[in-house]
Design a protein around this ligand. Structure first.
Ligand code: NCD
Length: 474
């Protein structure tokens, strides 16, 4: 099944890591301008419109419930003078008849100039980019990522004059299932904030997110006893790269322990999330609740309380009148931030759009392994879009080759970013597989006959023989 080749200038925003720090700053500068020129200073809302996206159409394709993301995107497009078309209820669209996401985005690409997509499967938004011929913006894909929420989150802090470098940010709640958290912690790390984890019981960061923070974004975990007392709710702390050369607010292994304790314990932001009940079979035990009592310690005196909303009990409504509570403002900023993003993705001629993104992420230099999905290794994440029976014919076994410094090669699912660290390499022509470790030799290319299997048993089941065994038996 081959996807239509996308025009070269299309930019999709699927992960927060699809945008460079410079591009994120650019979105914020433009959002500031919209807020200043079209906003109502008292209410933090956009109160007037432009004609910037006049004649353009944004399609909202939502396969999961949404209030803020969809309506703020639609409001943003209308404020830009554009128009919207919406499919927000899978029961009333052709999905109910069994139509695939791939076919849907292919068709909707011919009705609109950009698509905002929300879907319950991890990696759905990346799959959509293979079939869409217009920019796809990820409005949340399963538990994977929610990059535009992160833009709103950081923009909110920035409007409070809280620039991320050296900021101490607590993230609390369902760190495992909250896609907002996953995009947010990558951005925190990239902009040099310290990340403090306060997960609900058994709901820590997924292993692959935690691993990426440490291996790719250079976060250094700090032993608990170095930064908090033993009763602290904060479970883990990551400090960011160039710390040893700066005065840190929090002592890390390389930082001077004599820094004033009061200063270094100051928490600049607390980001609260709800239990993602739609993703888990069991109810959450011991879920952290953020209320005035929690925030009464001196270190929270000037903290900003953020929440992507909706809240369902984990954030006390009594805080709403507290000056530290920023979550309704954060939701209001969804409009200027998304106006800026749509503007950069859509407005102007194609050449201008390209110029707007000059200096963006270079295409990854990593190798891509791309095979039909009836051959060899498939993504190990059961919620990945590749396992959706409706989408399976459209997805492939596609993995990036990733090699963190000093580590063995691993495979990262092209769609959902989950890594596979152990696998065997096989040769489809000779029907033989090698002992694990051979992938390390594939630094420049993945030969067309190379196939990966989960392990020797899977390779044997597919009729492959281990290389040495065959020699011996020959
Ligand atoms: C979030 C989401 O959908 O991931 N909501 C939002 O977009 N503001 C958070 C959530 O649903 O918990």
């Amino acid at each position: 099944m081959s996807a239509p080749p996308p025009p070269p200038t299309i930019r999709h925003v699927i992960s927060i890591n699809d945008l460079t720090n410079g591009e994120i700053e650019r979105v914020f500068a433009l959002a500031d301008r919209y807020l200043d020129t079209l906003g109502d200073a008292a209410s933090h809302r956009i109160a007037a419109s432009t004609e910037k996206a006049s004649g353009r159409i944004l399609a909202s394709l939502f396969y999961e419930p949404s209030t803020r993301t969809r309506l703020s995107f639609e409001s943003a497009m209308l404020r830009l003078g554009g128009q919207i078309i919406t499919s927000a209820d899978p029961a009333t669209s052709s999905v109910a008849k069994g139509e695939s996401l791939a076919d849907t985005v292919r068709v909707v690409s011919s009705y609109a100039d950009a698509i905002v997509l929300r879907h319950p499967r991890d990696g759905a938004a990346r799959l959509a980019t293979e079939y869409a011929t217009v920019p796809v913006i990820n409005g949340g894909d399963g538990a994977h990522e929610h990059p535009t929420q992160t833009l709103c989150d950081i923009f909110t802090l920035r409007r409070e004059n809280k620039h991320l470098r050296n900021l101490n940010v607590v993230v609390s709640g369902d760190l495992k299932g909250s896609r907002t958290i996953h995009s947010f912690v990558y951005a925190l790390a990239r902009f040099g904030a310290n990340i403090m984890l306060m997960p609900a019981k058994d709901m820590g960061l997924p292993a692959n997110v935690d691993q990426r923070l440490r291996e790719e974004f250079n976060c250094q975990p700090v032993p608990k006893k170095r930064y908090e007392d033993k009763n602290s709710a904060i479970d883990a702390l990551y400090v960011t790269p160039d710390k040893p050369h700066q005065l840190s607010l929090i002592p890390s292994v390389d930082v001077d322990d004599t820094v004033d304790v009061k200063i270094r314990r100051k928490i600049d932001a607390v980001y609260v999330t709800r239990f993602q009940k739609e993703r888990w079979a069991n109810v959450a035990a011991e879920y952290p609740k953020i209320d005035a009592k929690f925030l009464k310690e001196a270190k929270y005196a000037e903290t900003s309380v953020l929440h992507p909303l909706p809240r369902v009990g984990e954030l006390d409504i009594a805080l709403d009148t507290d000056s530290r509570a920023l979550y309704f403002r954060q939701a209001a900023y969804g409009v200027p931030v998304r106006m800026a993003l749509i503007d950069l993705l859509l407005a102007g001629k194609a050449e201008e759009r390209l110029a707007a993104y000059a200096g963006g992420f270079a295409p990854p230099e990593r190798l891509l392994y791309d095979r039909p999905n009836d051959i060899g290794l498939a993504c190990a994440n059961p919620n990945c879009i590749v396992h959706d029976p409706q989408e399976r014919p459209y997805a492939r076994n596609k993995f990036w080759f990733v090699q963190p410094p000093g580590k063995a090669f691993r495979l990262r699912c092209f769609y959902c970013d989950e890594d596979i660290e152990t696998f065997v390499v096989a040769n489809a022509k000779r029907k033989e597989f090698h002992a694990p470790g051979l992938a390390d030799e594939m630094t420049r290319s993945v030969p067309a006959e190379t196939v990966f299997f989960a392990d020797a048993t899977a390779a044997r089941a597919a009729g492959y023989h281990q290389r040495t065994e065959r020699r011996q038996s020959a």
